[in-house]
Write a protein that binds this ligand. Sequence first.
Ligand code: NAD
Length: 361
Amino acid sequence: MGWKLIKAARAIGSFILEGRSLRTGGHGKVKGSKVRQILVTGGAGFIGSHLVDRLLWRGDRVTILDNFNEFYDPSVKWDNIQTHVQHPKFHMERGDIRNIYDMESVFSKNEFDVVVHLAAMAGVRPSLKDPAFYIDVNVLGTQRVLDQIAKCRHKPLLVFGSSSSVYGARPDEMFSETDSIDRPLSPYAASKAASEAIAFAAHHTTGLQVVALRFFTVFGPRQRPDLAIHKFCDLIYNGKPIEVYGDGTSKRDYTFIKDIVAGVEKATDLKEPGFEIINLGRSEPVVLSYVIECLENALGKKAIIEYKPPQVGDVPNTFANIDKARKLLNYAPSTSIKSGIDEFVQWYLARKAKQKAAERV
Ligand SMILES: NC(=O)c1ccc[n+]([C@@H]2O[C@H](COP(=O)([O-])OP(=O)(O)OC[C@H]3O[C@@H](n4cnc5c(N)ncnc54)[C@H](O)[C@@H]3O)[C@@H](O)[C@H]2O)c1
């Protein structure tokens, strides 16, 4: 049934709007440089599809492996890659990172220079409902990726999408890569910490080169519908109440997708990094009530807020120390929460308008 839905969504693919591309025009390939072969697992998702935009613009050959699961509407993912599928340097494999045959099929056809591993079951709260599934996809799945890389004649660099959630509940101060991560508060957070650990083991035993990037609450066009900014936007737009867990003073280091993608791209360029863990955040946490205010202003509508007790698994604050990212990746996040939310809301409203137009036909 899922596949039928997906096919239908593809057939009428234009009814859901394409997210605003991060492309700035022109072609990014450096003259004379070798065309890189890059695998992006989870390449149809929110972060993955933006990264693919960037890599194709740069001139890389990109393969994605994605199982288009139903964590959220898969037609959104097809829409994310709508422009990619026509690109001559883009190739898509539909498969599961846990499935050895799917993985062997992808790796037997290509000699990758870089593997960016983003495929995962994302989300803290949903992980509480099915911990074993989260561990299966995120940890076993990562091990399958590591196993394939270990077999390669020329081992590609692995860039892994980890998460700020590994830091657990912390005082209101900056999180540094050297901090202990032995108290994750959710199965999702534990799965990311475990994935970093098995990646280190692979580095130690096989010499695999690894960069684990800890993303801090990523937002922007195409954001997953389960994440707060997207969810709240939808509810405010539809005049429905939003549930705020706690008193609205929880703080997050929201990071705009364009800044995250710039950091991931720079990580793919690292030569012989060994094993590095690097925070990618904005390093300017804001309180939830400010995010709601920005959404209200961008939408021109007031939110109806229902306060609820804090949720198990949620951390009270996140705050990235990005000194290492600045140093190793020349990373310089530049998008404020306000302008990022404005851009997100423009994308959201354009998508709504297109959906409504399609419904009228
Ligand atoms: N979005 C954030 O704020 C955030 C923060 C920290 C870390 N991350 C991590 O970044 C990565 C990307 O997150 P996202 O927000 O783009 O999520 P997403 O759900 O939009 O993207 C993940 C993609 O992986 C695919 N996938 C899931 N299980 C798979 C499997 N078994 N085999 C193949 N493909 C599979 C999904 O279909 C999806 O397209 C994830 O690893 C996530 O844990 C995201």
